[in-house]
Structure formats: C-alpha cells, structure tokens
Design a protein around this ligand. Structure first.
Ligand code: SF4
Ligand code: SF4
Length: 157
C-alpha cells in the first residue's frame, strides 16, 4: 500500500471483524482511520438541541491537498484541543463522529465500507468514493468564528 500514509502492512486479515476495539494494538487502532479528514472539520453544536452541524472550515493544521494533519505527531503543541481517540474516549465522542468513521461504525457494531483502505487496499479509494473532504475545505484562519455557520455542509458519505 505504497500510496497510503498510514501503515497498514502486516496486520491480520480482517482483524476488525474478530477483535473488539478494546483489544486492538496500536498499529491496528491507527489502521482503522480511513483518512476521510472529516473529524478535522470544525463543528457547530447547539447546546439546547444537541444538534451537531459540520462546517467546511478545517483545523489550522489540516492540509486540504493531502487530506491529512500536517503535523500529526506534534499536533498538540499547536492544537492542544485536538482529541485523542482511544477505546476509553470513543464512547464520549461517538455522537459527533462522522457517520462513516470506522471507529464510530465498529463502536456501533456495524461493518466497514468496501472503500475503506483496509478492504480496498488503496488509500485513494476513500476519495474516489466521495467520502473524504479533500479539496473542499477552507482553513479556519481565513474565516471568523461567527461566520462558520455560513459554511455548514452536509457530511459527504
Ligand atoms: S473521521 Fe474517523 S476515519 Fe475519518 S479521518 Fe477522522 S478518525 Fe479517521
Ligand atoms: S490537529 Fe491535526 S488531527 Fe487534530 S483536528 Fe487539527 S488537523 Fe486534525
């Protein structure tokens, strides 16, 4: 999988169908990310209704061309609020995670989609399926906070 920035080599076939999330090792856990980039978009949450709207305003570290975090390993030096998904924190974040997010799907007992790089064998398949946000974001430093609602989008899925 040479086009894949996430190392998915050497993993047991279909491990996600046989192992609960809480039993996965670090490599398996990281490999679940499909690279859609949707969790790097800013959301608007209505405190009264709980409704979460997605905007196309991306985190300042998001690289729109690669659909990746530009500083993933050191991101917390720049974006301390960036969440760390883990088996322990998944429950509290599941409500706002994108509908197609592999962590959310498995948390809900659902299968992964065929375009997931673990199944397709290619990182590009998430973009070809129209599920990612590559090429459709604006950086948050170009949009005032109070203008985010002008950039609300339907989740690509
Ligand atoms: S939404 Fe889920 S699958 Fe998509 S980039 Fe974020 S963590 Fe990965
Ligand atoms: S710091 Fe990186 S991983 Fe975290 S939201 Fe921003 S772009 Fe995404």
């Amino acid at each position: 999988m040479s086009d894949d920035p996430i190392d998915r080599d050497g993993l047991s076939p279909r491990f996600w169908e046989r192992k609960p999330l809480s039993k996965m090792n670090a490599a398996e856990w990281e490999a679940l990310c499909d690279g859609c980039g949707k969790c790097c978009l800013n959301k608007l949450e209505d405190e009264e209704t709980g409704q979460v709207d997605l905007t196309r305003v991306a985190c300042r570290l998001f690289d729109d061309a690669t659909c990746r975090c530009a500083q993933y390993d050191t991101r917390h030096s720049f974006v301390p609020e960036c969440i760390v998904l883990s088996p322990e924190t998944l429950e509290q974040h599941a409500y706002w995670l994108p509908r197609t997010c592999a962590y959310r799907l498995l948390h809900l007992g659902r299968p992964l989609y065929d375009w997931h790089p673990l199944i397709s064998g290619r990182a590009e398949s998430v973009h070809e399926a129209g599920v990612s946000v590559r090429g459709m974001t604006v950086p948050e430093f170009e949009v005032d906070d109070d203008a985010w609602e002008d950039h609300i989008i339907d989740e690509p899925h």
